[in-house]
Design a protein around this ligand. Structure first.
Ligand SMILES: C[S@@+](CC[C@H](N)C(=O)[O-])C[C@H]1O[C@@H](n2cnc3c(N)ncnc32)[C@H](O)[C@@H]1O
Length: 257
């Protein structure tokens, strides 16, 4: 049975494609690649039929996939991977056993590596919350980003569409003080920019730059991830390491190695 592979493709640079993803991609003649993956993955796509999935309504897309499946395997390059904010669930449900999902490197992973920070740093942050103002809902009871912000929370805001000054006001209210914030734009892509600051100075640091595509006619979310919380600048000493060694990792008498 030929398969439809939903391959976690990472942030955009093929260096972050997993070995498994690369192997499966090589075995597919037809590839659906959302922009800008059709450009950044050009080397991996040579000789293949490459289509942009958003050029089609759902039924047209399904028909195309079915036609390709007669001849061979089909791949979708999934930005980041399927875990958060991926639009392909309906296809995966429809193709059932024929659909195979391959994990990849999510944007959150890339941002954490770039900032060199664990996002749930013990003693500093007790939870990380992933959210997007685009999907919180419009109803009067829908939570706001400001309500998700609180001391001890690391917030990862995907697909932000709130102008930065308003976003910062909401965050300030939630945290009750100024905390670190990082705006990560086009990670691992041409035009990558990362601006780090605090809720007090980030608006001035960003200046006129339109990191969220709010001044453009395009409705597509910008490739910008916002991270907020004390974790971003916190440092820790070795006390937690020793605590864990003493209470968790150390082999106890009678325990098999
Ligand atoms: C439809 S979601 C895709 C998320 C993806 N499934 C993941 O796991 O990273 C698109 C949003 O992810 C974030 N994003 C995706 N690629 C990015 C990149 N290269 N740099 C910064 N943010 C990115 C942005 O917040 C963007 O608006």
């Amino acid at each position: 049975m030929n398969r439809v592979y939903f391959i976690g493709a990472g942030p955009g640079d093929p260096d972050f494609l997993t070995l498994k993803g690369a192997r499966l991609l090589a075995g597919c003649d037809a590839v659906f690649a959302p922009p800008p993956f059709e450009l950044t993955f050009a080397e991996h796509l040579q000789g293949k039929g490459v289509l942009v999935p958003f050029d089609y309504y759902f039924d047209e897309l399904v028909e195309k996939i079915r036609n390709f499946l007669v001849a061979g395997n089909v791949a979708f390059l999934v930005p980041g991977d399927l875990t958060f904010y991926a639009p392909f669930q309906a296809l995966i449900d429809l193709f059932g056993e024929q659909a195979v999902v391959v994990p990849g490197v999510g944007t959150a992973n890339v941002a954490s590596a770039l900032l060199k920070k664990t996002l749930d740093l013990p003693g500093v942050c007790n939870r990380a919350i992933i959210a997007s103002p685009r999907t919180l809902g419009d109803g009067s009871d829908a939570p706001t980003i400001g309500q998700l912000a609180a001391p001890g929370v690391t917030l990862l805001i995907y697909m932000n569409n709130i102008p930065l000054p308003q976003l910062v006001t909401q965050l300030h209210q939630g945290y009750g003080k100024s905390v670190p914030i990082a705006i990560c734009h086009r990670l691992c892509l041409p035009g990558e920019e990362v601006v780090q600051g605090t809720l007090d100075d980030i608006v001035a640091k960003v200046g006129e730059r339109d990191f969220f595509n709010l001044n453009s006619a395009s409705r597509r979310p910008a490739l910008t991830l916002v991270l907020v919380g004390e974790t971003l600048t916190a440092t820790v000493d070795g006390a937690w390491w020793d605590y864990r060694r003493e209470h968790i990792w150390k082999f106890r008498d009678g325990e098999a190695e």
